[in-house]
Design a binder for this molecule. Structure first.
Ligand SMILES: NC(=O)c1ccc[n+]([C@@H]2O[C@H](COP(=O)([O-])OP(=O)(O)OC[C@H]3O[C@@H](n4cnc5c(N)ncnc54)[C@H](OP(=O)(O)O)[C@@H]3O)[C@@H](O)[C@H]2O)c1
Length: 235
């Protein structure tokens, strides 16, 4: 039976690798600012998560109902926005946009999808090592706060929804070779701080997410899986 995945950030980087990794048996609905041509296994919904008045929150449940989708097997939140700024330089606008995309969108998405989540549905929120350390090429105060918020959100929901068999986990990647990874001049410093002495790939994060979405992890909930090559050991 087809399993539906609904996710943000599926258009590139880790999200694109995840859809490939899951393969047949899954169909996805991706929320994106730039929806692409849909296919038999992948549909897109236009959504600018930084804009609080974007109508995606109304369009998504309408779409699910119109398509006759009665339950969603997997939800992932991968959309991310980062401003590498220290406290004094972070503007109110940067703070609000980061919170909207990285954290509030996850809250809204899960609140909307709650009626579609059933026993064995699995949620994976993508945080970052930045939730507990300064891991980038500079400070990222709003990003770190939002990514730490995702851990709190995920663990609260794991406790709240566990009795109904709905699992919620968080993945915390280290530095990767993707769009949101470190810029080239910072990469070598981060590699030096990473135990495995290299950057990760989107596929390596996707594999961890696929594990958490699948039945192989049926007794795993409320956890934060660090997939960072040991970068957190530098803390
Ligand atoms: N790369 C790393 O080194 C690293 C490390 C730790 C954690 N992470 C986290 O991993 C996640 C995925 O990052 P990635 O490395 O795969 O980078 P990526 O390819 O740049 O993906 C970022 C995604 O965020 C979505 N997004 C950004 N602003 C949005 C908005 N206003 N509305 C809707 N979607 C928006 C983009 O979707 P559209 O362009 O389709 O709108 C894009 O798919 C992020 O949450 C990031 O914080 C990455």
């Amino acid at each position: 039976m087809t399993k539906w995945l609904v996710g943000t950030g599926l258009s590139s980087g880790i999200g694109q690798a995840l859809v490939t990794q899951l393969g047949s048996g899954w169909r996805s609905i991706g929320l994106s600012r730039y929806p692409q041509q849909g296919s038999s296994s992948q549909a897109w919904l236009r959504a600018d998560l930084a804009n609080p008045s974007d109508p995606w929150a109304l369009a998504l449940p309408k779409m699910l109902r119109e398509w006759g989708i009665t339950h969603v097997a997997g939800v992932v939140h991968l959309a991310g926005l980062v401003f590498s700024d220290q406290m004094e330089m972070t503007t109110q606008d940067e703070w609000q946009r980061t919170m909207a995309v990285d954290l509030t969108a996850a809250f809204r998405l899960l609140q909307i999808l709650r009626p579609w989540l059933v026993r064995s549905s699995s949620v994976v929120l993508v945080s970052s090592v930045d939730a507990w350390m300064q891991a980038r090429d500079g400070p990222a105060v709003a990003y770190g706060a939002a990514k730490a918020g995702l851990i709190g959100l995920g663990r609260q929901l794991a406790a709240e929804w566990g009795a109904e068999g709905i699992r919620v986990n968080v993945v915390a990647p280290g530095a990767l070779v993707t769009g949101m990874g470190p810029q080239s001049e910072a990469a070598s410093t981060i590699v030096d701080r990473t135990a495995l002495r290299r950057l990760g790939t989107p596929e390596e994060i996707a594999q961890a997410m696929a594990f958490l979405l699948g039945t192989e992890s049926s007794f795993v909930t409320g956890t934060v899986l660090r997939v960072d090559g040991g970068l957190n050991l530098d803390y």
